[in-house]
Write a new protein. Structure first.
Length: 131
């Protein structure tokens, strides 16, 4: 009995070659998944910071409009801290005012953070002349 031979050109892959190919493919897929997760995390953080910055600037602009007399000094505008819900999250803000070296020149600073976290999501400052 003669041993069976494979015809020329019909050679297959060895087990080692297949395992190496699977290992390379798994490394590439793992790297792609890690990069995708990092992009998703960065997008979430960017949206959170953008929302906090927008809320902080809105609060500073309301304060400016109140100082200029464009808005009445009633209700929420006179407060130095508060909370609100925006973009599906609960936010807290704190407004601080301090005088500077100039006459009638004040520095207003607002901190915005998510209610469950005490870490600042946004810290903004503006300088206003109060007459």
């Amino acid at each position: 009995m003669r041993p069976m031979r494979q015809p020329a050109g019909q050679r297959g892959f060895t087990l080692i070659e297949v395992l190496i190919a699977f290992m390379i493919a798994s490394l590439m897929l793992t790297a792609a998944l890690v990069a995708t997760q990092q992009m998703a995390d960065e997008k979430y953080q960017y949206q959170r910071r953008l929302a906090a910055s927008s809320l902080g600037w809105n609060r500073l602009m309301e304060q400016y409009q109140m100082i200029e007399g464009w808005l009445p000094q009633t209700g929420q505008l006179g407060e130095t801290s508060g909370s609100l819900t925006a973009l599906g999250r609960d936010w807290r803000w704190q407004l601080e005012a301090e005088s500077t070296l100039g006459e009638n020149f004040y520095r207003y600073q607002v901190r915005v953070f998510e209610s469950e976290s005490q870490q600042d999501s946004a810290l903004l400052a503006a300088y206003f002349i109060v007459q």
